[in-house]
Design a protein. Structure first.
Lengths: 113, 114
């Protein structure tokens, strides 16, 4: 079975600082994809970043980057230079095999001005 | 493309009434997913379709829930009769493939059953 665990229900960060959100996962597949989705108060689910398991290089998208540790089955999201607009729920998700995404429970991020 | 379209955005109904939620996926996407989001249970996959055919409905909570996809550009999720515990945000998402995982979500329908 595939599982995704986000152990931090809530996090907070000062504006302009850096924060890291944790995610661990489990799958028996060797080929899979990992995602971070952002859900702001508008509730729209927005894809933030994606990582292919076969790629060793960590994905980056502007201020967002991941630390992908395949052996440890860890996939953390780092947000640099945090902005007020980064305040949202963040979901880690796993896709492996021909099955839909499996989501974690989410981490609520607050940004303090 | 306008993205995934859902209607209505908000629905308030009384217990026992029939509720129909609608979704238009992104054109060309072969997969359509229905999710339910609550504080207690997070995001739950209810059902998904491939080329208009239901593939896995094991997440549908009970017989009061049904979903259809009569064509590639339209799907409905129906609850009959509705109950207060069905109150949640219901998302529709679509994707081109299932193996690469990236799904595009609609804005969601907030359902309140009184």
């Amino acid at each position: 079975a595939q599982t995704v665990t986000q152990s931090q229900p809530e996090m907070s960060v000062q504006e302009a600082e850096t924060v890291t959100l944790s995610c661990t996962y489990d799958t028996s597949e060797s080929d899979y994809y990992l995602f971070w989705y952002k859900q702001p108060p508008s509730r729209q689910m927005i894809l933030v970043i994606r990582q292919e398991a076969y790629k060793q290089q960590n994905a980056t998208e502007n201020r967002f980057s991941v630390n992908f540790q395949k052996a440890a089955k860890s996939f953390s999201l780092k947000i640099s230079d945090s902005q007020l607009g980064d305040a949202a729920m963040y979901f880690c998700a796993l896709n492996s095999g021909n099955t839909p995404l499996v989501f974690g429970k989410g981490t609520r991020l607050s940004v303090i001005a | 493309d306008a993205g995934v379209i859902q209607s209505p955005r908000h629905e308030v109904t009384e217990m026992g009434q029939e509720v129909t939620l609608r979704c238009k996926p992104i054109s060309g996407h072969d997969y359509l997913f229905w999710y339910r989001q609550t504080m207690m249970r997070g995001l739950e996959l209810l059902i998904y379709f491939n080329n208009n055919v239901p593939i896995d409905d094991s997440g549908m909570p009970e017989d009061r829930f049904s979903a259809k996809m009569p064509n590639a550009s339209f799907s409905t999720l129906k609850i009959q009769p509705s109950e207060p515990r069905d109150s949640a945000v219901y998302f529709c998402a679509s994707s081109l493939l299932i193996s690469t995982g990236e799904q595009f979500f609609g804005p969601g329908t907030r359902l309140t059953v009184l």
